[in-house]
Design a protein around this ligand. Structure first.
Ligand code: SF4
Length: 225
């Protein structure tokens, strides 16, 4: 066997050993952009876990950073963690979160396919509305999440997320149904799931908004909602 053939054989052996380790889960392989997005999000999360920029950190149990695919085409943005999110340290896990999960599934997606976050990372006391100064202080974190993930479309859930991203005071009822942009990324405002729990009639309009999102991310509508 000549030297070249020997080298090819050694490389083939190495390849199959590596593949075996990968198949057994001993080695994890991550790919390009997705891997670096994950690292950047991880670094940002660690930064937020130290944040004392506004008084909300004092009353929270957990910072709620956000979760989902680091390279998601679709990002959902709500206003702030509530009681259950604060306890779990995860976004949208209470009743409204369950409805959001259902909406995502009706779209033919899974929670892991999208990214879910909030404008504020700490729960306001008694779930009161976010204040202007709190939004202004915390928003740069969301801006960096958006910058890292670079979604094709952001679905702004409810008044505070929509008004902040669109930079307007127009009501959510008048914002939804229209397409906006944040730093060149499409923004589709829709009702917050907790509003839908109180006003189920809004679900029909929300589904119209989800159909627009599906069109933007290039997926077929499989369900009529
Ligand atoms: S709400 Fe945002 S700015 Fe305020 S303490 Fe929490 S992470 Fe920091």
């Amino acid at each position: 066997m000549n030297n070249r053939n020997q080298r090819v054989e050694i490389l083939d052996t190495l390849k199959s050993v590596l593949q075996g380790y990968i198949n057994l889960g001993i080695i994890e392989v991550e790919h390009g952009a997705h891997s670096s997005n994950k690292t950047l999000l991880h670094e940002l999360k660690n930064e937020i876990l130290q944040c004392k920029k506004c008084p909300l950190y004092k009353g929270k149990k957990n910072y709620v950073f956000g979760e989902g695919a680091a390279d998601a085409s679709l990002m959902f943005v709500g206003e702030a963690p509530g009681y259950y999110e604060d306890i779990a340290g995860k976004p949208f896990v209470g009743k409204a979160g369950k409805l959001l999960t259902k909406i995502i599934e009706v779209m033919g997606l899974k929670r892991e396919d999208v990214y879910i976050g909030n404008i504020l990372k700490c729960r306001p006391p008694e779930n009161r509305n976010p204040q202007e100064d709190e939004i202004e202080t915390c928003f740069p974190y969301l801006d960096r999440q958006i910058e890292i993930i670079k979604p094709k479309v952001i679905c702004a859930l409810g008044k505070f997320a929509a008004q902040t991203l669109v930079k307007t005071n127009i009501s959510i009822s008048n914002l939804r149904g229209e397409l906006f942009y944040y730093k060149g990324i499409k923004v589709v405002p829709t009702f917050h799931p907790s509003y839908l729990l109180r006003n189920p009639k809004g679900k029909r309009k929300t589904w119209e908004d989800m159909k627009l999102i599906l069109k933007i991310i290039g997926r077929k509508v499989k369900n009529n909602g």
